[in-house]
Design a protein around this ligand. Structure first.
Ligand code: G1P
Length: 303
């Protein structure tokens, strides 16, 4: 008998994540005054703004369209992905090939693959994602928080898409955090661990250390079933009086498969000073032109 693929294996191979939602509506108060005029997502790590790193990670993972959820005063983020015709013409005339190449790699691969919607009020992360519901439609989608800069090879989202193709359901990135920091994160109530995968039995947003079910924190990369959008329809307020994505995800547990993925790579919280500076340092140290200079400076600091 000729070997034929089962319906399930065909469905499995067709399983892809096509849309990624990147909430970029937040104020960035912890990075003031740098973020007074420039949105925090446009602060650079190396020569690429944070938002560029996150969008690049999407294209690398095979995402077809990226949806930026912006707010008033954040139009510069969308402008960043436009053509800069005058600048490009000038660079062309002056023969600045390397600069031209760097600009070209910053643009979306095709027109129409980068979209934006507005979050009209700052009602929380869950609400920001919900604002993109009409673009997301009925398919699974990814969420990336650009503040969470992740140095990884391959990128964190690409690793997660590969794991999710085997698993389906919902998948969030995770890492262990110091016990005293649980109040900064969504925290997982862990079930069975199998290599890089941890079954998720519960989720709590920003619990006090005394009430935290573990020290496994949700990091800003998610692959979610669209059912989470129905959970968000109710607009229930959670921690900090905000509509929390964590609470909506918690509503899926028990009804759908839900796992956390222990990614390979290093994560930096670029929404705050220390994480941002450390990320700059890490990227500098991985650049052969800059690394010797940084090493010399660190040694000098020790003398
Ligand atoms: C958000 C999420 C939180 C998650 C964190 C990761 O919090 O609400 O569950 O652990 O991102 O960075 P925020 O940092 O926006 O307060």
């Amino acid at each position: 008998m000729p070997s034929s693929r089962t319906d399930e294996s065909i469905a499995q191979s067709m399983r892809t994540v096509r849309t990624a939602v990147l909430p970029v509506a937040g104020l960035g108060t912890r990075m003031l005054p740098a973020t007074k005029v420039v949105p925090k997502e446009l602060l650079p790590i190396g020569t690429r703004p944070l938002i560029q790193h996150a969008v690049d990670e999407c294209w690398e993972a095979g995402i077809e369209r990226v949806v930026l959820v912006t707010s008033a005063g954040k139009h510069l983020i969308v402008d960043h992905f436009d053509r800069a015709e005058q600048l490009e013409r000038m660079l062309e005339e002056r023969g600045k090939r390397e600069a031209l190449e760097r600009i070209a790699t910053a643009r979306p691969p095709e027109s129409g693959r980068l979209l934006s919607v507005r979050q009209p009020e700052p009602l929380g992360l869950g609400h920001a994602i919900w604002c993109a519901r009409h673009i997301i439609g009925p398919d699974p989608f990814a969420v990336l928080l650009p503040d969470d800069f992740i140095l990884a090879q391959p990128g964190c989202l690409k690793q997660m898409v590969a794991a999710w193709r085997e698993l389906g359901g919902n998948l969030v990135a995770t890492m262990e955090v110091p016990a005293e920091q649980t109040g900064r994160y969504g925290i997982i109530e862990p079930g069975r661990r199998d290599g890089r995968l941890i079954a998720v039995k519960g989720l709590v947003e920003k619990p006090d250390p005394a009430r935290a079910p573990s020290t496994w924190a949700v990091i800003g990369r998610y692959i979610l079933d669209p059912a989470v959008l129905r959970e968000l329809d109710a607009g229930r307020r959670g921690a900090g009086g905000e509509i929390q994505l964590t609470d909506a995800m918690a509503g899926l547990i028990g009804r759908q498969s839900f796992h956390a993925y222990l990614f390979e790579g290093e994560r930096f919280d670029c929404g705050q000073r220390a994480g941002y500076i450390e990320a700059q340092l890490a990227v500098g140290l991985s650049d052969p032109e800059i690394a010797p200079l940084l090493h010399r400076r660190v040694t000098r600091g020790r003398d």
